[in-house]
Each structure stands twice: as structure tokens, then as C-alpha cells.
Design a protein around this ligand. Structure first.
Ligand SMILES: [Zn+2]
Length: 303
């Protein structure tokens, strides 16, 4: 890739021949005898070219096309630039690098603008629908917020399972004398009476959907929709270097974030079924709580 700062702005040129055929180009410049006027361009190759300074000629893969005060052009690497042309070279090359990344970022965002419709469609298909993110959030809320539609023992146990990240639904019960004796024999120890054991009842599918880092509101609204709406109101042509960089960073994570949202929606759909959540009934003692939980389950698909 060769980028030249021309009267038409920064342009990419095809081949190294286009560089060496420029009128002022020399491939054997004595740096001591000339001083730097400007940096004309930058190149980056998989193959190497030789440094254009008579003192050096070292092959390198990336460097700069420089112009001397007496109108000669040659190509040098960063090391030679610093060594022979000092601070001027460093300032000018840094400016060119910055200008090129600004131009590239602006082009990336213009290209990205053509995808807005497609991205909007993907977001809305995740959000809407019978069991889209919006409905999912409404249905998950009673599971982790007290007094919002699920009985307290269910919420408490769900919160414990989220905290421990263990999806097994277990109940604690007093072991029979026979069980305690077997445990004692197995572990060659004595146990206090009464002894309690955790008995697995079922495994809750999709618990991950409730983890804080999988919050669909944050992922879908805060990190996708709000920035997207903001981007749509801005003019890529007027963005500053820092704004361009910030938006390119956001767009480069966007596809991954969309995939992530779709993945969490699918996990939540496995969580939010009657058959999956029904085993949580083991935690409920009171009749009115049992009734409340039945009401909640009725809002969910059976399987
Ligand atoms: Zn050199």
C-alpha cells in the first residue's frame, strides 16, 4: 500500500514503479548534503525495498517518501528519517500517519453508513416479537426483583444461584440415620446429628441469561441502539480525528455485540419456559405463593 499526499489530498497509488518514475525521484541520495522539506507519502509492503540514502540502502518493508529543499525525492525508513532529518522528520511523519488514519477511519465510517438499515433490522428482530428481548426482560424481572410477580422464596433462590453460578436446583433435607451411617463409613469420619444433605431436584437451563454481564438492556439499548441513533445524527465528513477513532472502535465491536445479543436471547428463551422453571416450586411453602408462581408460569411458553 502506497499513500501519497497529492494536490487531490491523500491518494493510494498502485505500484512501486509509480514512485520511482516520479520526476524528482533518486535512489541514491546523500542525506548529509540535503535537508528535508516535506514528507510526500508513506508505503507498507510485504516485500522490501531498499532505503534510498547512499549511506544506508537497507531493505525495509515500510517507510516514507521524502522531498528535499532542492526538489529531490527519495524513500527512507523511520530510523534513517530520525537519524538524518531529526525532529522535523518525526513531526512531519507523525502528522502524515495521523492524516492517513483519519482518512482511513472516515472511509470506514462512510462504508459503515450503508449498513445502517441492515443493522437496524437485526436489532429490531432481536428486540421485538413474541419472545424478543423486550418481552424477555419483562418476564425475567420477577425472577430477580422481589415483589414483582414471583414469590420471595423463588427470587431468593434464583439470586443465590446467580451469585454462585450453579444451575442445579437443590433442596436441603435432613439425612436419614441410614444415610448418615453410610456417609460416615464412606468418609471414615463421624458426623453430627441431625445431618443435612443437598439433594438435586433439577437443572435450570439458561441461568446465564440472568447474569449481570448479560443484561439485555445494557447490551441492546446502551451499547447498540443509543450509539446507533447518535451516529445517524452525526456527519462523518465533519467528525474530528478523535470522534472518528471512537466511532470506528464502536463499529468494529458491533457485529460481535449483535451476535452476543442474539445468543443471550436464545439462552433466555430456554430459561423462560414453564417446564424449565416449574421445579423451583420446591422452594415454596405457602399456598398463596404457590398460586402466585402458577400465575407467573402461565405467562410462559410450556416448553
Ligand atoms: Zn536507511
Amino acid at each position: 500500500m502506497i499513500t501519497i499526499n497529492s494536490d487531490k489530498g491523500l491518494v493510494n497509488i498502485e505500484t512501486w514503479d509509480d514512485v520511482v518514475s516520479r520526476p524528482g525521484f533518486v535512489n541514491n541520495l546523500n542525506a548529509q548534503a540535503h535537508s528535508l522539506k516535506a514528507i510526500l507519502g508513506r508505503y507498507m509492503f510485504r516485500d522490501t525495498v531498499n532505503c534510498g540514502l547512499s549511506e544506508c540502502h537497507t531493505p525495509h518493508g515500510k517507510g516514507y517518501l521524502v522531498l528535499t529543499t532542492d526538489g529531490l525525492e527519495t524513500n527512507i525508513g523511520r530510523d534513517c528519517g530520525k537519524k538524518y532529518f531529526g525532529v522535523d522528520f518525526e513531526t512531519l511523519s507523525r502528522k502524515l500517519d495521523r492524516d492517513i488514519s483519519e482518512k482511513n477511519n472516515r472511509e470506514l465510517l462512510v462504508t459503515f453508513s450503508f449498513r445502517l438499515e441492515e443493522i437496524r433490522a437485526r436489532i429490531s428482530s432481536s428486540r421485538e416479537g413474541e419472545l424478543g428481548a423486550k418481552r424477555i426482560q419483562a418476564l425475567m424481572r420477577p425472577l430477580r426483583v422481589l415483589s414483582s410477580g414471583c414469590p420471595e422464596p423463588v427470587v431468593t433462590n434464583i439470586l443465590r444461584m446467580i451469585k454462585t453460578r450453579i444451575s442445579a436446583i437443590t433442596i436441603s433435607r435432613q439425612a436419614t440415620e441410614d444415610e448418615v451411617q453410610r456417609l460416615e463409613a464412606f468418609n471414615d469420619t463421624t458426623l453430627p446429628r441431625p445431618h443435612y444433605i443437598e439433594e438435586p431436584v433439577a437443572n435450570l437451563d439458561g441461568l446465564d441469561a440472568l447474569f449481570p454481564e448479560n443484561d439485555l438492556h445494557v447490551l441492546l439499548v446502551k451499547e447498540l441502539e443509543e450509539p446507533l441513533s447518535k451516529f445517524e445524527t452525526e456527519d462523518v465528513d465533519l467528525m474530528s480525528f478523535d470522534e472518528l477513532r471512537k466511532w470506528v472502535k464502536w463499529t468494529s465491536a458491533l457485529d460481535r455485540n449483535l451476535d452476543r445479543v442474539e445468543e443471550i436471547v436464545n439462552i433466555a428463551r430456554r430459561l423462560l419456559t414453564q417446564s424449565n422453571l416449574k421445579p423451583l416450586e420446591v422452594f415454596i411453602r405457602r399456598d398463596d405463593d404457590k398460586h402466585l408462581f402458577k400465575e407467573y408460569l402461565r405467562k410462559l411458553p410450556v416448553n
